[in-house]
Design a protein around this ligand. Structure first.
Ligand SMILES: [Zn+2]
Length: 473
């Protein structure tokens, strides 16, 4: 998946951000021509391999492993690991050995892509096409571009004879976009020693945003909201519509839904959302600016919280939210309904639990005759608190590449592979080197594309960041 930070809050958020004059766009540094040629060659190969769920990642994994071995990685450090029950869903685990001065760092890269039907595209989806300053093809922005940037950087470091202070592990995995063989989850549960690390980098999350030709900022994704889906349901024996009864499930459910609409979960801030609001406040004016600053501090003024909460752009950053998304009721036009049910989807802020949310919903309904059941359980995942040393290094590389760009932590609406590494107690940070245009995000869509300049900057960024993060503290 690919949700750019802020973009998940809707385009609404962005015009306001653009007000206070974002950093003017200047091209960032790109790698030397030979490295660019290699990156382009790898991207061509990866986009050319269909790795949708139905086909699987086995062939793409083989291609990645072959590149690594050709670059001098010993066979023992390039493993292809495939679950026995999913023989087409392969994962590559590669290790660039370091001096062992610190615990390894881990990069997460998924190899699978979303389906693309040639008849829906104006260009062949599984072939890299260069046109008008873009590379087109399925996966060009999600995330074979970043797979290529990470793979090229690893090969570049190896060929330079660079020995990091700590091991750098990279996993290229299956089923991030869907399917039941999620590579990160499976590796965490079945091959923990091979992927154990002090922290992980999700190479497709976080990253930079561009709008109207200007850089808006750089987000470090430290957390994501996770979702849980409930059903609420009420029943009665029913009967003939000519004889209405007081216990009509449709009215009863409707009364519950009205109460649920008014349910506001308690304010729950964390280091990420405080940092986010603090950074955003600099781009705002007047009351909104003051309110954002207020919530970025402990013990925020309730009036400021109330004003921000009333704005759908900011409310999801302040708390867990639940919303009715589907409803079904009745079985015939001339019968009293026997059943009325609604689907309630919740996006939980890190730290909230499914049990607690369920209890608050039940309380809000105020009717024990409305049963609540879990349709899709939550995969609870906490916040990875930004570590000062890591943030300093990220800031260093971002400033070097794109001077003047502001850096802030972000919480996404979820969910990515970072969910699984965070759940396995490996703090995970979304640190893509890609600057994406907020008005041109074609991830999962038709004619997916990546700006060639942004792609090469991403390749260079990953090389510099990998070097910097692998230094012992
Ligand atoms: Zn993705």
């Amino acid at each position: 998946m690919k949700l750019k930070p802020l973009l998940v809050m809707g385009a609404l958020a962005l015009p306001a951000l653009a007000l206070a004059g974002p950093a003017p766009m200047k091209a960032g540094p790109v790698p030397p021509p030979a490295i660019q040629a290699q990156a382009r060659d790898i991207l061509t190969e990866l986009v050319g391999i269909n790795s949708t769920h139905n086909i699987g990642t086995a062939q793409a994994a083989k291609a990645v492993a072959a590149r690594l071995k050709a670059a001098g990685f010993p066979d023992a450090d390039v493993q292809i690991l495939t679950p026995a029950e999913h023989p087409t869903q392969s994962n590559v685990v590669v290790r660039l050995r370091g001096k062992g001065l610190d615990k390894p760092i881990l990069y997460l890269c998924h190899l699978d892509v979303v389906e693309a039907k040639p008849e829906d595209w104006s260009l062949p989806p599984f072939k890299l096409t260069e046109k008008d300053g873009y590379f087109y093809g399925r996966g060009s922005i999600d995330m074979k571009d970043e797979d290529t940037a990470v793979l090229t950087s690893l090969i570049r470091l190896k060929q330079e004879g660079f020995v990091p202070d700590r091991d750098i592990i990279v996993v290229f995995t299956s089923d991030e976009e869907g399917g039941d063989a999620n590579g990160v989850d499976w590796l965490m549960k079945n091959h923990r020693p091979a992927v154990d690390a002090e922290f992980a980098i999700n190479a497709e999350d976080g990253g930079g945003l561009i709008q109207n030709g200007a850089r808006l900022g750089y987000g470090v994704q430290t957390s994501e909201k996770t979702y849980v889906t409930f059903q609420i349901e009420t029943t009665s024996p029913g009967g003939h519509s000519s004889h209405p009864e007081p216990n009509n499930p449709i009215y009863r459910l409707a009364r519950g839904l009205v109460k649920l609409e008014a349910l506001q979960f308690p304010l729950k801030m964390n280091a990420t959302t405080r940092g986010f609001f603090k950074a955003q406040s600099a781009r705002q004016e007047g009351q909104l600016r003051a309110d954002m600053l207020a919530v970025s501090k402990e013990d925020a003024d309730p009036a400021a919280v109330a004003r921000l909460s009333a704005d759908p752009r900011w409310n999801p950053q302040l708390r867990t939210t639940c919303v009715a998304t589907m409803a079904q009721a009745g079985h015939a036009e001339n019968a009293l309904p026997q059943r009325a049910a609604a689907t309630i989807q919740c996006r939980m802020i890190p730290g909230d639990t499914q049990a607690d949310i369920e209890m608050q919903i039940q309380d809000a309904l105020g009717d024990t005759g409305i049963a609540i059941t879990v349709v899709w359980p939550a995969e609870e995942s906490g916040e990875s608190v930004p570590q000062p040393v890591m943030m300093k290094r990220v800031t260093g590389v971002v400033n070097e590449m794109w001077p003047g760009v502001e850096i802030y932590p972000t919480m996404d609406a979820g969910a990515s592979d970072a969910l699984y590494s965070r759940a396995a107690d490996i703090p995970t940070f979304g640190l893509s080197g890609m600057f994406g245009d907020v008005d041109d995000n074609r991830a999962h869509g038709k004619d997916e594309r990546v700006s060639i300049q942004a792609f090469y900057e991403d390749v260079e960024f990953n090389y510099r960041l990998m070097k910097s993060l692998s230094r012992a503290e």
